[in-house]
Design a binder for this molecule. Structure first.
Ligand code: G3P
Length: 218
């Protein structure tokens, strides 16, 4: 399973990269807003910086909602760097754009996916990645991980090549559950990735090993 970081924050990307486990980055308009990037050229420059840091796919989301504007925006984003994957929302014009972008060889990530039916449409339209939002599904007391399982099963049965990218991860436990469910990729906040390290017995065990070593050395 690949690990992406879900952020537009350069320091967080650097920190995840230093851990040696980073395969890519996903962003969205809310994450870009959070780091205070304003204006078309500043946004392009920010994506350029992210791409320089990461040797893997970098998802950049369109903000248009009609087919023609989405296509123009997608091509402009794709021209920034070869690592750019264009994030397209799961709406009818978005599905149309996914299929046209596949024909043009531009990689895509279909976002805002909350059902198996939507994931089926995204794969049928040739999306490179599909992003089911598991945390937001859990938020409304449905089961986000069950959705990942369902999509993985459908894609396997049907032989779709679209990769399942578990998004809206809220905890280290979500990452483990997404891995069990067969997700190809998880995209996570840095805190959830760091949460994977934590176990009190590791801390207690390490402290004891070091104490015993120090005592044995006098
Ligand atoms: O980038 C899409 C997704 O990961 C958003 O997560 O936490 O805003 O639901 P969240």
């Amino acid at each position: 399973m690949k690990f992406f970081i879900d952020t537009a924050n350069i320091d967080e990307i650097k920190e995840a990269k230093q851990l040696g486990i980073l395969d890519g980055v996903t962003t969205n308009p809310s994450l870009m807003a959070k780091v205070g990037i304003k204006g078309e050229e500043a946004i392009r420059e920010h994506y350029r910086k992210i791409c320089e840091l990461v040797d893997g796919p970098v998802s950049a989301e369109v903000i248009s909602t009609d087919y023609d504007s989405m296509m123009a925006e997608a091509k402009a984003l794709a021209s920034i760097d070869r690592r750019i994957v264009v994030k397209i929302p799961m709406i009818p014009d978005g599905v149309k754009a996914l299929s046209a972008l596949r024909d043009e060889g531009i990689p895509t990530n279909c976002t805002l996916v909350f059902s198996a039916g939507q994931a089926l449409l995204a794969a049928k339209a040739g999306a490179t990645y599909v992003s089911p939002f598991i945390g937001r599904i859990d938020d409304i007391t449905w089961d986000g991980i069950a959705l990942i399982e369902e999509i993985v099963e459908i894609y396997e049965i049907q032989g779709f090549e679209t990769e399942v990218l578990a998004a809206s991860i809220r905890s280290a436990r979500h990452i483990v559950e997404a891995a069990k469910a067969g997700a190809d990729i998880v995209t996570c906040p840095l805190a959830s990735i760091k949460g994977l390290f934590k176990h009190p017995l590791t801390d207690i065990g390490l402290e004891k090993f070091l104490r015993d070593f120090r005592q044995s050395q006098g």
